[in-house]
Design a protein around this ligand. Structure first.
Ligand code: AMP
Length: 288
């Protein structure tokens, strides 16, 4: 496995690749959610590149950019064991010019859900992913369904800006007790971690109600709310949306539906979701 820090070195290695090349963008502090995406890339690509980059432009004022967990040595060992060919781990100066003045902004899907409390977050995400696509020039890029809104926005960016990249998605990988894996789970105390379980518990309860035939957005939302209330967790949002275009569903669920929740437990902001009425989210989704 090669570890590359400069764009020049990346271009040299990438230029020599003939076969299909996959990119898994990450912010490091890797867990099994990340390695599951590496696995998907390896299944579809001859070469797999993982980027490790804590992207400053997607953090807002007062958010956790400085304290975001970092452990490069451990990440490299995980990538090596997962069969990654190249880790691209550039310093911030190699990614952003000090006077950079061009960004990528998605202006519809980014305004809702997480975009309400994090108005500049998805602009930072789109900009860094566009830059990574241009730097790495992958044929395929693999993202997690864990960040469902991010996935929808990246697909929109790829569509609207004609990036020659196929976006694939991997399902949410969870701890044995249901908690969605996240680098930020490292912030949780034992007591907070117990309360954090209310997100996945609520989503699973919603899934059971749906399986039992309930198609009403309001009662499904109520089921989720109840699980959070029981744990004393306040939701930032509980949203029920069309899984493809993220349009809000107020009444009856008909097609593939995203149930997404965001909540802060202690000082840790957590997100989780399920997709009802489709296998999307349970299998890598292949989108042309
Ligand atoms: P991050 O390092 O948190 O920016 O995440 C990098 C990629 O891993 C994103 O595409 C995430 O959606 C994905 N990811 C993070 N957590 C999980 C998880 N528990 N299951 C599947 N994918 C995940």
């Amino acid at each position: 496995m090669e570890v590359i820090k400069s764009l020049k070195d990346l271009r040299a290695v990438r230029g020599a690749y003939q076969g299909i090349t996959g990119l898994v963008p990450t912010m490091g502090y890797l867990h099994k959610g990340h390695t599951s995406l590496v696995e998907i890339s390896r299944q579809h690509c001859e070469h797999t590149i993982v980027s490790l980059f804590v992207n400053p432009t997607q953090f807002g004022e007062g958010e956790d950019y400085e304290s975001y967990p970092r452990d490069t040595e451990r990440d490299l060992a995980i990538c090596d064991a997962a069969g990654v060919d190249v880790v691209f781990a550039p310093p911030v100066e190699a990614v952003y010019m000090p006077d950079a003045s061009v960004t990528v902004v998605e202006s519809a899907l980014s305004r809702e859900m997480c975009g309400v409390s994090r108005p500049h977050h998805f602009g930072g995400v789109c900009t860094v992913v566009a830059k990574l696509f241009n730097m790495v020039q992958p044929d395929i890029a693999v993202f997690g369904q864990k960040d469902a809104q991010q996935l929808a926005i990246i697909r929109r960016m790829v569509r609207d800006l004609n990036f020659p990249v196929k976006v694939m998605a991997g399902p949410i990988i969870r701890e044995a007790d249901g908690l969605a894996m996240s680098s930020r789970n490292a912030y949780l105390s034992d007591e907070e971690r117990q309360r954090a379980l209310s997100l996945s518990k609520g989503l699973f309860a919603v899934m059971s109600r749906y399986a039992a035939g309930d198609r009403h957005a309001a009662t499904l939302r109520g089921t989720m709310q109840e699980a959070l209330d029981q744990a004393g967790v306040e939701a930032e949002y509980i949203d029920i949306r069309d899984a493809n275009n993220l349009h809000a569903i107020e009444d009856l669920i008909t097609g593939p539906t995203l149930v997404a929740v965001a909540a802060t437990v202690g000082r840790t902001r957590l997100i989780d979701n399920i997709v009802l009425g489709t296998r999307l989210g349970h299998e890598p989704e292949d989108v042309a």
